[in-house]
Design a protein around this ligand. Structure first.
Ligand code: NDP
Length: 234
């Protein structure tokens, strides 16, 4: 059955791979994009998730064009890496505002329709560093750890309405975000990953699609690592 899916930040990287995975399975897929060109293959709605009005407008357009969102993948995220003593209030709050508060905004809005339908699937994209910590990423790691408590609270609040909320925690994935690292940093990271390589965005997308599938109907409040073994035990 074709469902109405929304992927935030679906114009590139992991989000685009997730959007493609749902579309390949026959779902109707909308993506939000903030800058650059919209991807042609999906319903693309311009939306900055730090702006409540843009989030509302995006949902209205998606609801009109493909129906209420039945599957939400909150993927949009940013990093602004800096060691703690050099990290400004703005570095900290802007990352929290996008990754955590922005996710709150899109999830809250999606839940309206899901509660009415008495079903829904929500998947949040966190990160292995939310649980492991990462020097130079206190803001990013805090935001990604916050998503776990947020997801588990929603799983408890909305479970009785047949709405699941799960987290995927990727390790290092080959996208623009990690291409910004130096070659030296990339090599050091790969050295710590038991599988000895970066993930392809599609390898994250397949877990997201599973969590939104009928096969995962009894999974909620889970944190699924897709990290090549990097975070084992966390
Ligand atoms: P990219 O930097 O390649 O893409 C980030 C996406 O988020 C873009 O679509 C971007 O839109 C969007 N975005 C950023 N800020 C906003 C905003 N305020 N409003 C709306 N959209 C926004 O990142 P990845 O694909 O690598 O990452 C996707 C998610 O996966 C992120 O949440 C990231 O933290 C997480 N992740 C990534 C890992 C990695 O190794 N790459 C590892 C673990 C987690 P635009 O194109 O307009 O900038």
């Amino acid at each position: 059955m074709s469902r109405s899916v929304l992927v935030t930040g679906g114009n590139r990287g992991i989000g685009l791979a997730i959007a493609r995975a749902f579309a390949d399975a026959g779902d109707k897929v909308a993506v939000t994009y903030r800058s650059g060109e919209p991807p042609e293959d999906f319903l693309a709605v311009k939306c900055d998730i730090t702006d409540a009005e843009q989030v509302e407008q995006a949902y209205k357009e998606i609801e009109e064009r493909q129906g209420p969102v039945e599957v939400l993948v909150a993927n949009a995220g940013v990093n602004r890496d800096q060691l703690l003593l050099r990290m400004s209030e703005e570095d900290f709050s802007s990352v929290l505002e996008t990754n955590l508060t922005g996710t709150f905004r899109v999830v809250k809005r999606a839940c309206r329709g899901m509660l009415r339908a008495r079903k829904g699937r929500i998947v949040l994209i966190s990160s292995v560093v939310g649980l492991l910590g990462s020097a130079g990423q206190a803001n990013y790691a805090a935001s990604k750890a916050g998503l776990v408590g947020f997801a588990r609270s929603i799983a408890r609040e909305l479970g009785s309405r047949n709405i699941t909320c799960n987290v995927v925690a990727p390790g290092f994935v080959d996208t623009d975000m990690t291409r910004a690292l130096t070659e030296e940093q990339r090599e050091a990271i790969v050295g710590q990953v038991p599988l000895g390589r970066y993930a392809r965005p599609e390898e994250v997308a397949s877990s997201v699609r599973f969590l939104a599938s009928e096969e995962a109907s009894y999974i909620t409040g889970a944190v699924i690592p897709v990290d090549g073994g990097l975070g084992m035990g966390h």
